[in-house]
Ligand binder design. Structure first.
Ligand code: BG6
Length: 510
């Protein structure tokens, strides 16, 4: 008989998170499968999951669209996407096995194509053992959500029979303001229960973003300082060096704030600012994020606490690149911003008076996403004049990408016979500390959706609250004329620098 010490609870063992989590019998239908996102991210991620052995044997991938493709032609398209975008090495056996379950159904979103699709899914259930478990990935603009959801309802695709499931995975943009997001939520929730809706925010699938939870709640050194007593301000930066070439159709009229602040940056803010959840159970985690989003408001007046810009032609490294207005497909009169910054306040005991500065832009100096918690100066510093001249403010910087890791910045004595203190960095780099490679965000999120693990998906309440934070800013900009220009390759408009200077701060140069 096992002693109390060696007895292993088989149930616990089966759910041990260190074991690979493998999806059960299931399939996925992708709407918008010929789009950019599917080509670059979704199809490669599905292959990577297959290659890592995390998909069930009969996994079936169905593309639905207008093209007159047969199985072979669609298979060739997927194979090319995998060849171009997969993270893991191409393995002929894995591909051959996956390709057996790749199908294409031709149809429009508003015709009898859905009857054909539903019938095909039923046949596939019988032939491939998918168990009537289907995830529907809507990689299409939100204008199509209503039609697709209604069609799925009409042909019975949304209905899960006993012991099977039907889920919908939705890409952003989820609305363009709070009201439209609410309408979309009503449309989707009229067909799928909230528990079957997985809204993608791919930043939550990034390892470094999940590490915010580990850093804060697995350690004792950070949390005691993680509040307004010690932290002066927080800077959340998502800078990109790419321009909008080719994406004008999507981006014109949307802009930087709707494109990434409403979702990615506010999710980062929520994870950094929230209270400790009682567990990482989806409901517990989401409840804490909701609380913090409810307490978050723009600082006023908006003309002083926000900034926006549009890139003009300039040197991006060694390349001279076009300005926004010269990009193909962009209206030269467009007021769409490619740079957005705002000052937000989190009205809670923990964060009272601490500005959270958020900024994002295209065609900036380099690609970098980071969260910097900048500390107040020590209340008393027993040094002489000049000794602290090279000392800035202490900081903890979560480097989301690239060069993933965490930096701590603090002052250290410069070697020598005088007392001079200068900023130094202490770095943790994922690439050096771990041999495991991080999965792509989409691998993680697609697997989670198949496993019904919803912690990393924002709820409808989070989406609507994020719009509520942003709506007054976007409304103010709508009446404020043209955004300021900034040359490509720089760090954005001068108004963004002024926004911080007013409060005695300055942006980090990441
Ligand atoms: C998307 C935005 O959500 O995120 C794009 O729509 C942006 O405009 C992209 O380029 C950046 O993602 P990542 O993972 O490369 O930082």
């Amino acid at each position: 008989m096992n002693s109390a010490h060696t007895w292993v609870n088989p149930l616990r063992d089966a759910t041990d998170i260190r074991l690979p989590r493998i999806a059960g019998p299931s399939g996925m239908v992708i709407f918008g499968v010929t789009g950019d996102l599917a080509y670059k991210k979704l199809l490669p991620a599905i292959y990577d999951l297959a290659n890592r052995g995390l998909l069930p044997a009969g996994f079936t991938l169905v593309g639905f669209g207008r093209r007159e493709w047969d199985k072979q032609q669609f298979g060739d398209y997927v194979k090319q996407a995998v060849r171009d975008g997969a993270r893991t090495k191409f393995d002929h056996n894995v591909w051959t096995h996956l390709a057996e379950g790749i199908e294409f159904v031709t149809g429009n979103f508003d015709d009898s194509g859905f009857d054909t699709l539903a019938a095909r899914l039923a046949e596939l259930d019988a032939a491939r053992g998918t168990g009537s478990n289907w995830a529907y990935y809507l990689s299409v603009p939100p204008d199509y959500f209503a039609t697709i959801c209604h069609q799925m309802q009409r042909v019975g695709m949304s209905h899960s029979a006993e012991n099977s499931w039907r889920r919908v995975i939705i890409e952003k943009p989820f609305g363009h303001d709070q009201e439209s997001a609410r309408e979309l939520n009503e449309i989707v929730n009229a067909v799928f229960p909230e528990s079957a809706v997985f809204r993608i925010d791919h930043y939550l699938g990034k390892e470094t973003v999940q590490n915010i939870l580990a850093l804060r709640f697995a350690n004792q050194i950070f949390e005691p300082m993680w509040n307004a007593n010690y932290i002066d301000h927080v800077q959340i930066t998502m800078a990109e060096d790419i321009g909008l070439g080719g994406r004008a159709g999507y981006y014109d009229g949307i802009g930087a704030a709707r494109d990434v602040i409403q979702n990615h940056l506010l999710q980062l803010l929520a994870l950094v600012a929230m209270e400790e959840p009682s567990s990482f159970d989806p409901a517990a985690l989401q409840a804490e994020k909701i609380k913090v989003l409810q307490s978050t408001k723009p600082a006023y007046p908006l003309n002083k606490s926000t900034a926006r810009g549009q890139y003009s032609a300039g040197w991006q490294g060694s390349e001279y690149v076009k300005g926004l207005r010269e990009e193909d497909g962009f209206d030269p009169e467009s007021t769409t911003e490619t740079y957005a910054a705002c000052t937000l306040l989190v009205n809670s005991r923990r964060w009272a008076g601490v500005p959270f500065y958020l900024r994002t832009g295209k065609r900036l100096g380099r690609r970098v996403t980071e969260i910097a918690l900048v500390f107040k100066h020590a209340p008393y510093q027993p040094f002489d004049d000049g000794q602290l001249e090279s000392l800035g403010q202490n900081a903890v910087v979560i480097r989301v990408q690239p060069d993933e890791g965490v930096t701590m910045r603090f002052g250290s004595k410069v070697p020598g016979s005088t007392m001079e203190v200068r900023d130094v960095n202490m770095d943790f780099a994922y690439a050096e500390a771990f041999t495991e490679e991080s999965p792509e965000a989409y691998e993680r999120l697609i697997l989670d959706a198949l496993l019904d693990e919803s912690s990393l998906f924002p709820t409808n309440a989070e989406v609507e609250l994020s719009w509520a934070i942003l709506d007054p800013i976007i409304e103010y900009w709508a009446g404020a004329g043209q955004p300021e220009e900034y040359p490509a390759g720089t760090w954005g408009p001068t108004s963004a620098d002024k926004m911080l200077r007013r409060r005695g701060h300055s942006w980090r140069r990441p």
